[in-house]
Design a protein around this ligand. Sequence first.
Ligand SMILES: Nc1nc2c(ncn2[C@@H]2O[C@H](COP(=O)(O)OP(=O)(O)O)[C@@H](O)[C@H]2O)c(=O)[nH]1
Ligand SMILES: [Mg+2]
Length: 415
Amino acid sequence: MTEPTQPTPAASQAESSTATQTEAGGSKKQPVVIICIGMAGSGKTTFMQRLNSHLHSRNTPPYILNLDPAVSHMPYSANIDIRDTVDYKEVMKQYNLGPNGGILTALNLFTTKFDQVLGYVEKRAEDVDYILVDTPGQIEIFTWSASGAIITDAIASSLPTVVAYVVDTPRTTAPATFMSNMLYACSILYKTRLPFIIVFNKTDIQPHDFAIDWMKDFEAYQAALNDSGRNEHGETSYMNSLMSSMCLVLEEFYNNLRAVGVSAMTGEGMRGFFDAVEEARKEYESDYKPELDRLASERAAKTEADKKAQLERLMKDMNVSDSSAGSSRRRGGAGGDNPFGPYPVNEREDRYYDEEGDEEVDEEEQDAIRRQEEEEEEAAHAEELGALDVDEPEIGGMPRSGPNGGRGAAWPRPV
Ligand SMILES: Nc1nc2c(ncn2[C@@H]2O[C@H](COP(=O)(O)OP(=O)(O)O)[C@@H](O)[C@H]2O)c(=O)[nH]1
Ligand SMILES: [Mg+2]
């Protein structure tokens, strides 16, 4: 992958960029990543271009990533363009896929190299204030694919990130369409958990006040729903009651986000958008980042604990830890005096099998072994006793028979 060439005038950045200014805490201010997500045709690419030209006019040129492999015309040049790495039409041919499958596979292939992309982005992070990310036209390809989630998480764990959810305002004036769009936005918010800005685009055609009213005032939405959803008999449809319940559910969601109206075409509403981005950045620092750090430290603690457990186990296997004293006794018999290592000098072959794989020999098994040993010892001892404990008289050269030397049968011998 080659780093693209769009020049970023260094001099103008130096005077204008706040990214290199140090904050009160001394740490460098990081750029904000704005990920543009939205339905096909909502105006993501046009909005990206508007942001790009707005930032250029402020002398703070952004760093741009294009993740849409199927875009045919891009009004700006991206610093990193997925199309330089994968050709989705070639992917379609090679894997015998349709357009959606081709775009998804191209994105998946690109994701395998995303660590390099992030490397480039991080390298430039000190020089820019904003990093803009355009996503594929079809929203579900990015939001519901594994690669979309990997890319978003990777970016968000490295830099302050906000999602700009672009809505086609003129196409959202019907209450049912508005609701489905909001539900989609809600699902993305809860999936990414990133600070979220709803961007009502195309306000040059349709002002977004109605949408703000519906979000703030449940009854206004209810009224619109009632007006729109009556059939020829003046009855409301089952859809309407579902929608009004949904509206109540979404109240919590509406409280968690910012909504602004813009026109990507005319540039109206840019100031409001950048104010919202600044707020969202603060939310990232105050909510998302601590959670991210908590997860990272939890992961680090778990790795540390796993390492420690493995080390302890190793020590135990090598018979050097305190806790292994018991097992050493069990194995070596004489408390680890065995010069041949951790395993005992042991005439019972089956013991070796017991120890195989270093599995714990359980109490019952140990008792059974001990009992067997005792019995064997007793039997051997009894035999010895049988041979030695009686001072047998030499009588008539009697033949000795039986375990007691033929005592019962032949001694004392009847006269
Ligand atoms: N009137 C108007 N049209 C817009 C605006 N933003 C985008 N469009 C048009 O909407 C269409 C889709 O835009 P595009 O940026 O390609 O959408 P994307 O698929 O989300 O990237 C294009 O024809 C744009 O010219 C806007 O603010 N106002
Ligand atoms: Mg586009």
